[in-house]
Design a protein around this ligand. Sequence first.
Ligand code: HEC
Ligand code: HEC
Ligand code: HEC
Ligand code: HEC
Ligand code: HEC
Ligand code: HEC
Ligand code: HEC
Ligand code: HEC
Ligand code: HEC
Length: 370
Amino acid sequence: MNWMMKNNSLLAMIFVMTVLIELASAVQAQDASASKPGIRNPCLICHGKKDFKKVKEDGSVKKLYVNEEELAQSMHAEKRCIDCHSDVTLLPHAKKPNRVTCSQCHYKGNPVGAPQTDRYNQYSASVHGKEALAGNPKAPLCQDCHGSHSILKPDNKKSAIYKKNVARTCGHCHLEEYAAYRYSIHGKTLNKGVMESATCTDCHGEHNILAVKDPSSEVFASKIPETCSHCHQNKKIMDKFGVKVQQVITYEESFHGIANKFGNKAVATCASCHGAHDILPASDHNSTISKKNLAKTCGKCHPGANENFTKGTIHIAPKEKEAGIVYYISTAFKYLTISVMIGLIAHILLDLSHKARTRKKGFHKKTPAD
Ligand code: HEC
Ligand code: HEC
Ligand code: HEC
Ligand code: HEC
Ligand code: HEC
Ligand code: HEC
Ligand code: HEC
Ligand code: HEC
Ligand code: HEC
């Protein structure tokens, strides 16, 4: 058996050598040869075999088969193997080629027709780009989010970065967040096909994802209200789901909101009360804001908080009757302010008209101050 395998690969090698001698510069001329019938792409002599694979040192199996069809349907259908695997210059190649550097084409100002966007630079400045540069082998390169031979546009349903697929793509590495997100209101709603719901990239960004502790991060404490507001202050989106849009404003006017704006990191942001990846409506028993759990949620920061403490009206604008005493005080203040203003204006008008009348009658005398 062992001998058979060795013998097989020896035969393959001899076959390859023969092909290579015939196509001396096959690799260089691969673009034309790949699409012309009759002459095969030399890489596929080995990589075109469905069962081509290797057994790694740890015993795991790595498939080495490349499905030409997949590549042909991708955004890179026109690309040759060696456009991406540019370190494969000799066949058979001696060792395992390096990982592909997408930025050899994808940079702003590229002449090859790849989209011109600032996103590539954003990646270098992101937590992922920085970690990758520092040598963290777990940090994603472009291909870890986009795929390799089946790269598609974001609006293609099969794309790894199609909105509905993003969470799974990030979830390969961020398992815990993904597991929680799937059962959140945002995850469940998106899964039903409601594209207005939030996925990872709506809260974190895409190529510009920063560490949570970075003050410029979309999810840094003082920026969270703004990040949620992209949707939760949008009446057009929220009306569809019967969710009120006042939550952001009422938060900003609350004690927590004002202190947060002034940089107080101890006060509650949206995520302190609602969670981040496990957000659920108040009506759900598992929600951090359900009747059952609310005292515990406030209690994280207000030791001893009981049901009474939470009875306050958290998202209710003073403008609304539901606000109870706050509504009446605020309404009383409103009318008091209005009547004071009316009185003041009336006083000024009376004064002016009095002055005008006295001026007409010619009683006005020039004083040195004039
Ligand atoms: C003679 C057969 C043969 C030919 C022809 C061949 N390869 Fe390979 N290729 C291999 C083998 C064997 C490996 C496994 C190498 C290893 O891991 O030690 C491999 C590995 C690779 C890998 C890395 C896979 C991994 O582990 O991530 C890439 C990429 C690759 N080949 C690209 C190419 C390209 C591009 C061409 C054509 C320009 C090509 N190969 C032609 C035999 C071949
Ligand atoms: C758009 C760029 C691109 C093109 C074109 C491309 N590859 Fe790849 N290929 C990749 C990336 C990315 C990977 C994943 C490994 C890595 O990160 O470099 C990969 C992986 C591989 C592997 C390892 C097995 C696997 O699927 O992970 C082989 C073998 C390979 N490529 C061969 C080829 C061959 C043969 C062709 C031409 C038919 C080709 N590639 C065309 C980008 C490309
Ligand atoms: C040899 C140059 C080259 C390399 C290397 C390359 N690309 Fe591309 N890429 C292109 C070109 C050209 C297009 C535009 C194709 C078109 O519009 O038909 C493109 C298109 C794309 C698109 C679709 C963009 C859109 O919305 O239109 C994505 C995503 C993409 N590439 C990602 C990658 C990733 C990830 C890698 C690395 C694995 C990579 N590319 C490697 C040249 C390249
Ligand atoms: C953390 C995951 C992630 C990484 C890493 C990543 N991307 Fe993306 N990329 C995305 C997502 C998600 C989108 C879709 C954005 C959208 O829906 O508009 C995207 C969109 C794109 C697009 C198409 C949109 C456009 O601007 O036309 C291109 C091209 C692209 N990425 C290239 C790259 C390149 C090149 C790299 C490496 C320098 C890279 N990406 C790294 C997640 C990632
Ligand atoms: C509704 C907005 C939102 C969505 C959707 C979201 N996140 Fe987060 N994420 C946050 C916030 C806010 C934080 C900051 C943590 C906090 O304040 O509790 C965070 C923190 C993180 C962290 C840092 C570690 C941690 O858990 O605190 C990672 C990693 C992360 N998110 C990944 C993801 C991934 C992967 C997805 C998609 C599966 C995702 N996030 C979806 C808002 C979101
Ligand atoms: C290939 C694995 C991989 C993929 C895919 C990936 N990440 Fe990451 N991510 C990492 C690593 C590694 C770090 C840096 C170390 C850490 O903090 O966990 C990181 C860091 C982060 C952080 C900062 C965490 C913190 O503690 O401040 C966030 C947020 C994040 N990723 C979100 C995402 C999102 C959203 C996606 C999908 C669009 C994604 N990641 C895709 C590996 C990955
Ligand atoms: C990309 C848009 C988007 C972003 C960003 C977003 N949400 Fe949502 N959110 C929605 C949509 C849409 C719904 C309604 C889903 C439904 O009811 O099925 C929702 C529902 C909710 C609900 C449940 C409301 C209810 O009564 O059903 C809460 C609580 C919530 N979001 C909190 C947050 C918080 C906190 C943030 C920021 C950390 C946030 N959301 C960010 C779109 C978003
Ligand atoms: C101090 C805790 C706290 C903070 C901070 C907070 N919320 Fe709430 N939120 C609640 C509670 C409790 C409820 C349910 C009762 C209510 O509506 O007053 C709620 C209700 C909601 C609802 C409706 C959910 C439902 O099921 O009815 C949304 C949407 C929401 N909040 C979004 C936000 C956003 C966005 C922020 C930040 C701008 C935020 N919240 C800040 C505690 C908080
Ligand atoms: C992330 C921590 C955190 C969470 C969660 C939190 N708060 Fe607070 N809250 C604070 C801090 C810090 C202050 C500042 C005053 C203080 O230290 O008591 C404050 C102040 C307040 C105040 C005004 C000042 C006062 O003491 O009278 C009220 C009212 C309040 N919180 C209610 C709540 C309610 C109700 C909840 C739960 C729905 C809640 N908070 C959840 C951190 C939090």
